[in-house]
Design a protein around this ligand. Structure first.
Ligand SMILES: Cc1cc2nc3c(=O)[nH]c(=O)nc-3n(C[C@H](O)[C@H](O)[C@H](O)COP(=O)(O)OP(=O)(O)OC[C@H]3O[C@@H](n4cnc5c(N)ncnc54)[C@H](O)[C@@H]3O)c2cc1C
Length: 646
C-alpha cells in the first residue's frame, strides 16, 4: 500500500472506530435512507410545553435587556474585542450555564430553550453567540455531561456555569478534518498518575480567554494482533497548569470579537482524573459531543436569517427603482421569497431536532448533522442574496451607513460572520461524508464484511451472504410498492399534502438508488464524493421538506386563519423538489470524471499559463518577518459622532 493510501486508510479506520456504532433509538433520516418514511417520528410536531416555554420567554427578556445595555455588536466587531463588562453581564444572567444542570449552578435549559436563546443572540451578535456556543455546545460542559464522572462534574461544572470560560481544542496546524494525523501527545507518567501533554492547537475559539479546556491528544497506541492502533484521548486542561500557554491571537474575515488563538502545551502535567472517558475514546467523545453540539450553530444561523429578513423588508418596500419598489422586480422577489421560505425550513429543522433531543428516545445524529449543514449553507446563500437586494448599501459597513445618516443595518457584517459556518464544526464537504456514512450504515454492516473482511472476522462468507440475502429479499421488493401510508394532516392544503406524498415516494426512490449505486461502485463509492453528496443533498431536502410541512401544520393548527405558513412551506417544497430532481439526475448523468481530470492537471500545473499577466508576490507589509512586523493599530475607542439616522 502506498504511503498516501495508508494515511488515508488510517484516517478512515480511525473515523470508523470512533463512530457511535449502534442505533439504540429510531432515526427519522436513517429510516428515510432505508426507504421508510417515519412521519410518526416528527408529526404531530413536538411542541414546547407551557412551563418550559415560559422559562424561555422570561429568559429572552433578560437577554434582550443585557444585549441592549451591555453588548454592542457593532463596537465588538469594530474593536475586534468582547469587552469584559459585556462578558460579566452575560455571565451574570447565566448565558454560559444555559446547558449546565441546575444542580451544578447552571440554568438547566431544555435544548429548545437553549436553541431559542442562541437564535436570539444570533440575531443580535454572531460573535456573542459564538462565545456562548463554543463554551457549552462543544466546550467542556457538553463532553462532561455525556462522558464525565460525577467527580469531574462536581469539580468543573459549577465553575463553568459561573464565569470560567471553556473551549474545545482539536485542530492543529497539520490536522483539520483528519484527526488521525494529530501530533499533540499525552504520555502517561511512570507511576500512571499523570499524563504529560505536549503539542499545539490552532484556531481554538474562546482559547485565548478560556481557563478550562478540553484537549484531544494522542495517547500510546493499542497493539491489536501485532498492529498498532493510534489512540486519541480527551483531557481537561486548566490554564494555570505550568507549560500551558496562549501563543497567538487569530483574526478572521468575521466573528471579529471572538477570543480565538493558538494554544501551546509544553510538558503540561495533567492528573489522570482529568481524562474524560477512557483512553482511546477521545475522538468518539469529540464526535458524540458534536452530535448534539452541532445544534448551536444552526440555531444561531436562524437568528441571523430572521433579523436579515426583518430589516430588508422595509428596504424592498421603500427603495423605488424603475418606478416600482425593488421588491416588485421579479429577480428580487425570488430572492426575498426564497429567503422567507428557507427561514421557515431552518426554523422547523432547528426546533424539531432540539425537541427530539429533549424527548430522548430518538437518534438525532443525522438530523443534527443535517441541521448544521443545511442551516449554515442556507444562511450563507440567503445573506449573500439579501446583500444583493440591498445593492451598494449592502456592501457598505454599518459604521459608514450610520455616519451618512442612512439605515445602518449590518448585512455586510452578517455576511462576513456567516461564512465560517460552512467551515468549522465540520466543513460542508466533511458533513457530506459523515452524513453519507451514517445513511449507508445498514448496507455497510451487511455488505462490507463481504467486500472487505476484517482480520479475525468470525462469520463465514456463506453465512454473511445468507444474512444479506435474507435482508435484501425482504427489503428491496417493498420499495417498489406504494407504502399505503396515510397522513393525518388536516390543516395542510392539497398542494402540501401532495408534497408529503412526494416525500414518501422520494424516500423509497433514494433508498433504491443508493442500493443500486452501491452495487455499481462497490467500495469505490467512497471516492465518488460528488455522488455521495448528491445522496446527502437528496436526503437533506427530503428531511427538510418533511420537517417544514410538520412545522407548518403545527402553526396552522394553532392559528387556522393564518394560511401564510402554508404558502412558505409550499414554496420551500417546490424548490426542494427541483433540487432533489437535479441530484437524482446527477447521480447517473454527470461529468464528474472531468473534475478529477482537470483538477488533477491543475494540481500538476498544466494550466499555469492562466496565471500570466498578474501581480507576483505579497504586499511589502506581509513580506516582513513576523517578529519585525509593526504592532497592530490601537483599538478604536472613539467613534465619529453619527449623523442622526433618517
Ligand atoms: C474561526 C474559526 C474557529 C474555529 N474554532 C475551532 C475550535 O474552537 N476548536 C477546534 O478544534 N477547531 C476550530 N477551528 C478549526 C476548524 O474546525 C477547521 O478549520 C475545520 O475543521 C477545517 O479544517 P482545516 O481548516 O484544517 O481544513 P482542511 O481539513 O485542511 O480542509 C481543507 C479543505 O479540504 C476539504 N476537505 C478536507 N478533507 C476532505 C475530505 N476527506 N473530503 C473532501 N473534502 C475534504 C475541507 O472541507 C476544506 O474545504 C476553527 C476554525 C476557524 C477558522
Amino acid at each position: 500500500m502506498s504511503e498516501e493510501n495508508k494515511a488515508k486508510q488510517d484516517a478512515m479506520d480511525m473515523a470508523e472506530d470512533s463512530r457511535q456504532a449502534e442505533w439504540e433509538f429510531p432515526s427519522f433520516t436513517g429510516e428515510l435512507y432505508k426507504g421508510s418514511f417515519r412521519w410518526d417520528l416528527m408529526h404531530p410536531f413536538p411542541v414546547q410545553d407551557e412551563a418550559d416555554k415560559k422559562i424561555g420567554d422570561e429568559y429572552l427578556e433578560k437577554l434582550k435587556k443585557v444585549c441592549e445595555d451591555d453588548v454592542d455588536a457593532e463596537m465588538i466587531d469594530r474593536n475586534r474585542k468582547m469587552p469584559d463588562h459585556s462578558l460579566k453581564a452575560l455571565t451574570d444572567i447565566g448565558v454560559f450555564g444555559m446547558k449546565i444542570a441546575k444542580k451544578y449552578k447552571g440554568l438547566g435549559f431544555s435544548m429548545v430553550n437553549y436553541a431559542r436563546a442562541l437564535t436570539y443572540l444570533g440575531s443580535y451578535c454572531q460573535t456573542t453567540v459564538t462565545w456562548a456556543s463554543a463554551h457549552q455546545s462543544i466546550g467542556v460542559p457538553e463532553p462532561l455531561k455525556i462522558f464525565g464522572t460525577d467527580a469531574q462534574k462536581e469539580k468543573f461544572l459549577p465553575r463553568l456555569a459561573t464565569g470560567d470560560i471553556s473551549a474545545f481544542a482539536l485542530t492543529e496546524p497539520d490536522v483539520g478534518s483528519d484527526p488521525a494525523k494529530m501530533s499533540t501527545t499525552a504520555e502517561p507518567t511512570e507511576d500512571g498518575e499523570h499524563y504529560i501533554v505536549n503539542g499545539e492547537k490552532l484556531w481554538i475559539t474562546n482559547g485565548t480567554a478560556a481557563s478550562i479546556i478540553v484537549v484531544m491528544a494522542k495517547t500510546p497506541p493499542k497493539v491489536v494482533k501485532g498492529r498498532e492502533i493510534p489512540q486519541i484521548s480527551a483531557f481537561i486542561l486548566e490554564r494555570d497548569m505550568p507549560g500551558y500557554s496562549v501563543d497567538k491571537h487569530c483574526e478572521f474575515l468575521g466573528l471579529n470579537g471572538i477570543a480565538n488563538g493558538v494554544l501551546k502545551f509544553d510538558n503540561v502535567k495533567v492528573p489522570k482524573e482529568n481524562m474524560i472517558g477512557k483512553p482511546g475514546e477521545g475522538l468518539k467523545i469529540a464526535l458524540t459531543t458534536l452530535n448534539t453540539g452541532r445544534l448551536g450553530l444552526p440555531a444561531a444561523s436562524v437568528g441571523g436569517a430572521k433579523i436579515s429578513l426583518k430589516e430588508i423588508r422595509s428596504w424592498v418596500n421603500e427603495r423605488v427603482q424603475w418606478g416600482v419598489p425593488v421588491g416588485k422586480h421579479q429577480s428580487i422577489a425570488k430572492k426575498i421569497a426564497n429567503a422567507s421560505a428557507d427561514t421557515l425550513a431552518m426554523e422547523a429543522i432547528v426546533y424539531l431536532t432540539a425537541a427530539m433531543s429533549d424527548q430522548g428516545q430518538k437518534d438525532i445524529r443525522l438530523e443534527a448533522a443535517i441541521a448544521k449543514y443545511f442551516c449554515t449553507e442556507k444562511a450563507w446563500s440567503m445573506t449573500d442574496d439579501l446583500m444583493q437586494v440591498r445593492g451598494g448599501r449592502g456592501y457598505e459597513t454599518a459604521k459608514s451607513l450610520h455616519n451618512r445618516g442612512d439605515n445602518p443595518f449590518p448585512i455586510e457584517r452578517i455576511l462576513r460572520d456567516a461564512r465560517i459556518g460552512r467551515i468549522f464544526e465540520g466543513s460542508s464537504e466533511v458533513m457530506h461524508l459523515i452524513i453519507a456514512r451514517e445513511a449507508m450504515d445498514t448496507h455497510f454492516k451487511l455488505v462490507m464484511p463481504l467486500l472487505m473482511p476484517k482480520p479475525g472476522q468470525k462469520e463465514s462468507k456463506l453465512s454473511l451472504i445468507m444474512n444479506a440475502a435474507k435482508f435484501y429479499l425482504g427489503w428491496l421488493p417493498k420499495l417498489y410498492m406504494p407504502s399505503g401510508q396515510s397522513f393525518n394532516v388536516k390543516h395542510l392544503s392539497s398542494a402540501n399534502q401532495a408534497h408529503l406524498g412526494y416525500v414518501e415516494r422520494a424516500s423509497r426512490k433514494v433508498a433504491k438508488k443508493m442500493f443500486f449505486t452501491m452495487g455499481k461502485y462497490k467500495q469505490k463509492l467512497e471516492t465518488e464524493q460528488l455522488i455521495l453528496a448528491n445522496f446527502v443533498d437528496i436526503g437533506t431536502n427530503i428531511f427538510a421538506m418533511a420537517a417544514t410541512l410538520a412545522y407548518a401544520e403545527h402553526k396552522l393548527s394553532e392559528n387556522p386563519s393564518d394560511q401564510t405558513p402554508q404558502e412558505l412551506a409550499d414554496l420551500f417544497c417546490k424548490n426542494a423538489r427541483q433540487e432533489i430532481a437535479a441530484n437524482f439526475e446527477a447521480i447517473g448523468n454527470n461529468h464528474n470524471r472531468d473534475f478529477d481530470k482537470v483538477g488533477g492537471k491543475y494540481m500538476e500545473g498544466a494550466y499555469k499559463w492562466l496565471e500570466q499577466g498578474i501581480h507576483d508576490g505579497l504586499p511589502k507589509s506581509l513580506r516582513t518577518p513576523v517578529d519585525a512586523a509593526p504592532a497592530p493599530a490601537a483599538v478604536e475607542e472613539d467613534v465619529q459622532e453619527p449623523v442622526p439616522a433618517k
